[in-house]
Design a protein around this ligand. Structure first.
Ligand SMILES: [Zn+2]
Length: 115
């Protein structure tokens, strides 16, 4: 386990959230968050920032060579959460409920994100 260099930050974005890409090659695309890298503050978003990986065949590991397409990492500052309530891109606010549970909420319409 690597130690984080700084406090891990993903700006409230979690695995499974729907986000919109705001900058870069896949600007304007939205999709589900496939993975979050807290240490690098990057996320991979389905169908966004597709990169081509050229792999060499490695018969001993049963890897076929060729060009593999997969989602590349995008910095969290380049994506924004899409609110399930109002459908707009938003920042996540944090609210503490009366029972002490912390939830993420839409700053536009106060919809609570399931978490
Ligand atoms: Zn909203």
């Amino acid at each position: 386990m690597r130690e984080p260099k700084e406090k891990p930050a993903a700006h409230g974005i979690r695995h499974g959230d729907t986000v919109k890409v705001m900058a870069g090659r896949s600007k304007g695309k939205s999709g589900k968050v496939l993975s979050v890298n807290l240490w690098k503050s990057t996320v991979t978003v389905e169908h966004a920032n597709i990169i081509k990986r050229h792999t060499r065949p490695n018969p001993s590991k049963n890897i076929k060579g060729g060009i593999l397409e997969r989602e590349g990492p995008i910095h969290v500052s380049n994506v924004m959460l899409v609110c399930p309530g109002c459908g707009k891109h938003t920042r996540a606010g944090h609210t503490t409920l009366p029972d002490g549970a912390k939830v993420r909420t839409c700053r536009r319409c106060d919809t609570t994100f399931e978490s």
